[in-house]
Write a protein that binds this ligand. Structure first.
Ligand SMILES: Nc1nc2c(ncn2[C@@H]2O[C@H](COP(=O)(O)OP(=O)(O)O)[C@@H](O)[C@H]2O)c(=O)[nH]1
Ligand SMILES: [Mg+2]
Length: 253
């Protein structure tokens, strides 16, 4: 059983990819389920097998504690950490090979508060993979892309599990921009070179940042994916096999 946590900034495509990858797995005959970990989400584009909204309600928290939506989101995230046993029990009802977790819209709720760490550790860190989603619209300049990689590195640093970077929504990115981002993903030296072309004021800082990116191996595979056309789903699956079974397909074991 492998746990995949889809993490990324708001709107990066977590919910859409959780659903699309789940569908793709079913289509291939793989055994997967989807879990919604976002208590605050109003509408998700699929019906997850497990949904934390079954036991945590943003509306009720807003009423009970007299909070606005942002404050209530924080309380809900903390409640989720406290209710991890309930989640574990619900998961115990399934025997799927792949559990796909759709995490809260705002990345900071899962990454910087205790929620994400508590859940991953309680459910088993050794079988967990972080899939960090990078929205291409936040990655079109060297500075933006490097900032996303730093955020990805921070996520891995905080949560302490293997991580893959995923470039989402590639069906709506123009080819030139896409090729550029993919090249930066493959060649850190190219990213560094392009970063240095920017303001010299920050060149030393850029060098330091690149060092962190290399050091933390945030610069592992960048997998370009579209949840619309399903391009790249196969690559994500292959990378999962690679990380957990050294490339040997679970289905063929
Ligand atoms: N064209 C396209 N749109 C996408 C893709 N993935 C997500 N979106 C859109 O991006 C928006 C945010 O996606 P969502 O999954 O809700 O992001 P989340 O906040 O990270 O869960 C939605 O309008 C999605 O329809 C994709 O692969 N292609
Ligand atoms: Mg979402």
């Amino acid at each position: 059983m492998i746990h995949i946590y889809f993490v990324g900034t708001a709107g990066s495509g977590k919910s859409t990819l959780t659903h699309a990858f789940n569908e793709w797995c079913h289509r291939q005959g793989y055994d997967s389920i989807a879990v919604n970990l976002d208590p605050g989400v109003k509408r998700i584009p699929y019906s997850p097998e497990i949904d934390v909204r079954e036991w945590i309600s943003l509306e009720e928290v807003m009423k009970e504690y007299n909070l606005g939506p942002n404050g209530a989101q924080v309380v809900c995230a903390d409640m989720l950490a406290l209710n991890v046993k309930e989640l574990e029990e619900r998961l115990g009802e399934y025997r799927a090979d792949y559990i796909l977790f759709d995490t809260p819209g705002q990345l900071e709720l899962f990454v910087f508060r205790s929620t994400g760490k508590v859940i991953i550790e309680q459910l088993g860190k050794e079988k967990s993979l972080l899939a960090f989603l990078i929205d291409p619209s936040l990655a079109t300049t060297p500075t933006n892309f490097a900032s996303q990689l730093l955020l990805s590195a921070t996520t891995q640093f905080r949560l302490g599990a293997p991580l893959v970077n995923i470039l989402t929504k590639i069906d709506i990115v123009d080819k030139e921009a896409l090729d550029m981002i993919i090249e930066w993903g493959k060649k850190p030296e190219k990213l560094q070179e392009d970063l240095m072309k920017g303001s010299s004021l920050y060149s030393q800082m850029s060098e330091g940042i690149m060092e962190v990116i290399r050091e933390m191996e945030a610069h592992t595979a960048l997998i370009p994916i579209s949840s619309e056309t399903w391009e790249g789903m196969e690559d994500l699956y292959a990378e999962i096999q690679n990380i957990f079974y050294g490339g040997e397909d679970l289905e063929r074991r």
